[in-house]
Design a protein around this ligand. Structure first.
Ligand code: NAP
Ligand code: COA
Length: 270
């Protein structure tokens, strides 16, 4: 494993208490950063903070907030930034997903994903900007392949994550002059995650999905975490407004094939 000294970085990972985002928080912690995590469940926050401390975080903090609740989110971010002395790295990755056809989705179902993924990202961006250490801060939005390619039973996620990537591009323009870089990462299918459990719920779907990735394997949370550490290092100092797939090449065709196939497995009426 390559070691990158992150001990000068104060990092916040919103939605950082499980799956990919927790993997990101853990890598920064193991490289000596101070790390804050936030999500809805206080139990998950406490468990993650204990693990980050164990891994070697300089400081590990957390707070419970729903990204749909702007006031709670802003209050948690302000309080933790005050303890650490501002944020150098922000990862915004809270998301919700369930497979549902448009014709089988209530307006509130569509809205719930828009509110978590898209409005939630806006909330994180809006609340965190005054707390960034400028110039030099790195902001990373966790997007999804659905932002770029339609997928059966994913209209809500496709719309929300496409919006997330447009927020990234707009903020790259608006915040670039103050020395803040804003980028998106598009993870491919990542092993052992809640997202994949929902989208590829059977052994047949998992196999089809693995086969559709040019590298012939699922990614690991550490693949996404490595990209986040890179984006927050001086090596990435001129990368701003980029939408970066970390997906084994999935978006170049394999995703389209499997997305259609899995959708039809789950919704044969399609
Ligand atoms: P996950 O394990 O379900 O993680 C979601 C995280 O967000 C949890 O920490 C969850 O904690 C938190 N969260 C959910 N709703 C929230 C809310 N309303 N307010 C605050 N926090 C909230 O998911 P994952 O599969 O690892 O996915 C992580 C990210 O990667 C997502 O942005 C997803 O779209 C993206 N992605 C995943 C994959 C994949 O293969 N899994 C592929 C492409 C993109 P609480 O339950 O405590 O709130
Ligand atoms: N199909 C159709 N509609 C669904 C659904 C499904 N599989 N699952 C939920 N919904 C609908 C609900 O019925 C509700 O609509 P209604 O009020 O018209 O009945 C709406 O979505 C909101 O559901 P609710 O359970 O009240 O929302 P919540 O805010 O408690 O939870 C979710 C948000 C639904 C996204 C939930 O799955 C969640 O918290 N997910 C986080 C973890 C996750 O998704 N990880 C993967 C990330 S890629």
């Amino acid at each position: 494993m390559i070691t990158i000294d992150c001990s000068a970085l104060n990092v916040v990972v919103v939605g950082g208490t499980s799956g990919i985002n927790r993997g990101i928080a853990e890598l920064f912690a193991s490289q000596g950063a101070s790390v804050v995590v936030a999500s809805r469940s206080q139990d998950k926050v406490d468990d993650t903070v204990a693990a980050l401390t164990e891994l070697g975080a300089k400081k590990a903090l957390g707070f419970a907030a729903d990204v749909r609740d702007y006031d709670a989110l802003e209050q948690g971010l302000k309080a933790t930034a005050q303890v650490l002395g501002g944020f150098d790295v922000v990862v915004s990755g809270a998301a919700g997903n369930f497979p549902a056809l448009v014709n089988g989705m209530s307006p509130n179902a569509f809205k719930s994903v828009i509110d978590i993924d898209l409005l939630g990202t806006f909330h994180v961006m809006r609340a965190v900007y005054p707390l960034l250490n400028k110039p030099g801060a790195s902001v990373i939005n966790i997007s999804a392949p659905q932002a770029q390619m339609p997928m059966i039973a994913q209209a809500h996620v496709c719309a929300a994550k496409a919006g997330v990537d447009m927020i990234t591009r707009n903020l790259a323009n608006e915040w670039g002059p103050s020395g803040v870089r804003v980028n998106s990462i598009i993870p491919g299918p990542i092993a052992g995650t809640e997202g994949m459990a929902r989208l590829a719920p059977t052994p047949a779907a998992i196999k089809a999905c693995e086969n559709s990735v040019p590298l012939k394997r699922f990614g690991e949370p550490s693949d996404i975490a490595n990209a986040c550490v890179f984006l927050s290092s001086p090596l990435a100092g001129y990368i701003n407004g980029a939408i970066i797939p970390v997906d084994g090449g999935w978006l170049h065709g394999g995703m389209a094939v499997v997305a259609d196939g899995i959708g039809k497995m789950m919704f044969p009426q399609q």
